[in-house]
Design a protein around this ligand. Structure first.
Ligand code: SAM
Length: 263
């Protein structure tokens, strides 16, 4: 059975407890100055997501699996009224703190809540947003929940990782976490496979996937060289960019994807 296919409530609950503990520990290392310094970027992945989110003025937006609220604050500064939820209490505290630091504390309501059992009425949100959350969850159950809380005509936009590239998956499974190479993931998550994306998207009228960047050699730089060698950074970025431009057929092997589902 897929580790992330949870058939019993007990199993699902223990996964949530482990996830909360893992992300609480990450959040406890973050200071106010870290929160203030980090901003949503303008790279192709971010710009693609902003385009799909559209004009958010006056919209009710859910940021699901909000983490420390980077995008919750961004969505609020873009004119939305934001509800941000996460299973990790420390992350939620950070999301609240960040919203206050960004001057949008009155537009972000952050709560500890499971994405698998959301305490919102049916059709409550115009837009649902998430970054790196589907691949932490039972995709089928989560898709049903997102569809339920989304208003008729609404849309759900997610930036997710992607399990399509066998070389990257081999490196993730066999190399990361060994020989001093960082892992950067909890034990209960696995990059989003096509099958799980299909399970998530089955509840929507329409689902599109975009690969606005090719992200692959980037990991050589990040994991092996930790961005410390400028030539390596330049070469890895150049390789990814070259593949993106010259071989568009390979774009679905990128580690990053942007998903848009419409009700
Ligand atoms: C990779 S982090 C992404 C955080 C944030 N979206 C970001 O990109 O900075 C995954 C987040 O999902 C949250 N999470 C995991 N399982 C969850 C669940 N069942 N319900 C709500 N949040 C959950 C974790 O606590 C964590 O904050």
């Amino acid at each position: 059975m897929d580790r992330l296919t949870r058939t019993e409530d007990g199993d699902s609950t223990s996964v949530e407890v482990r996830e909360a503990a893992y992300w609480d520990a990450q959040a406890s290392q973050i200071s106010d100055s870290d929160l203030a310094a980090e901003c949503v970027k303008s790279e192709p992945l971010d710009e693609c997501r902003k385009r799909l989110l559209g004009d958010l003025t006056g919209k009710k937006v859910l940021d699901v699996g909000c983490g420390m609220g980077l995008w919750s604050a961004y969505l609020a500064t873009s004119g939305a009224e934001v509800w941000a939820i996460d299973i990790s209490p420390q992350s939620v505290e950070m999301a609240k703190r960040r919203a206050i630091l960004r001057g949008v504390g009155d537009r972000v309501t952050a709560s500890v809540m499971s994405a698998m059992d959301m305490q919102f009425p049916d059709g409550y949100f115009d837009v649902v947003h998430g970054q790196d959350i589907i691949h932490h969850l039972d995709a089928d159950k989560f898709g049903r929940e997102v569809q339920r809380v989304l208003a008729c005509g609404g849309r759900a936009v997610f930036s997710e990782n992607c399990a399509n590239n066998p070389v990257l998956m081999f490196a993730r499974n066999q190399i990361c976490g060994r020989w001093g190479i960082p892992k950067w993931s909890s034990d209960d998550e696995y990059p989003l496979t096509r099958a799980r994306l299909k399970a998530f998207s089955q509840f929507f009228q329409e689902c599109t996937v975009e690969y606005p960047e090719f992200v692959c050699f980037h990991f050589v730089d990040a994991k092996l060289f930790r961005y410390k060698n400028r030539f390596v950074s330049w070469a890895c970025h150049g390789m990814d960019h070259l593949i993106y431009c010259a071989l568009p057929v390979l774009r679905p092997l990128s580690y990053r994807q942007v998903i848009c589902c419409r009700e």
